[in-house]
Design a protein around this ligand. Structure first.
Ligand SMILES: [Zn+2]
Length: 170
């Protein structure tokens, strides 16, 4: 039996995750408390922004990039450190608050694996220019929905669309 340092309840050892680096080979908190803590972290703003960074940083290692050339991979590569990334988010908040840099809609640090929950206004990190990677200048924070719509929109395409609008007087 072992006492959880969080809920102070006593449980058999299999109620604790195995952790090699721990003295007795188990986590100090019970499984339930561990899960609760990680869920709280994932849904906190800090945890959410942290995860966004982890995701973009690992992006080019994803299997869908495996067969791409280095040049293609560079378009998706992360060129900023975690500290820089967190700083960029702080700068975004100063300038835009909790709104999308492109549409002004509210964006929130909401994490969920539940597909039924609408994630369209989750904070999403995008590349302003999809032809270059995640650099300090190119990173923008937008809503998840905008990120999906924008994924292939280049500056040239934007200009062409505006030109067509103007020509048609729309
Ligand atoms: Zn516990």
């Amino acid at each position: 039996m072992k006492t959880c340092t969080k809920c102070k309840k006593e449980f058999p050892l299999n109620f604790f995750y195995k952790k090699k680096e721990r003295k007795n080979g188990h986590s100090s908190r019970c499984k339930k408390c561990e899960l609760l803590t990680s869920r709280l972290w994932a849904n906190s703003e800090k945890g959410f922004i942290n995860r966004l960074f982890i995701r973009i940083n690992a992006k080019t290692r994803h299997k869908r990039f495996r067969n791409l050339s280095e040049k293609e991979k560079n378009k998706h590569r992360c060129y900023v450190t975690k500290e820089k990334f967190i700083n960029l988010w702080e700068l975004h908040k100063k300038k835009y608050g909790y709104t999308c840099a492109l549409t002004g809609v509210e964006i929130i640090p909401k994490t969920t694996s539940n597909k039924e929950i609408n994630k369209s206004n989750s904070i999403s990190v995008d590349r302003l220019n999809p032809a270059i990677g995640y650099t300090e200048e190119n990173i923008i924070f937008v809503s998840n929905k905008v990120n999906q719509m924008k994924s292939a929109v280049t500056k040239e395409l934007c200009i062409a669309i505006i030109k067509a609008y103007e020509e048609k007087g729309l």
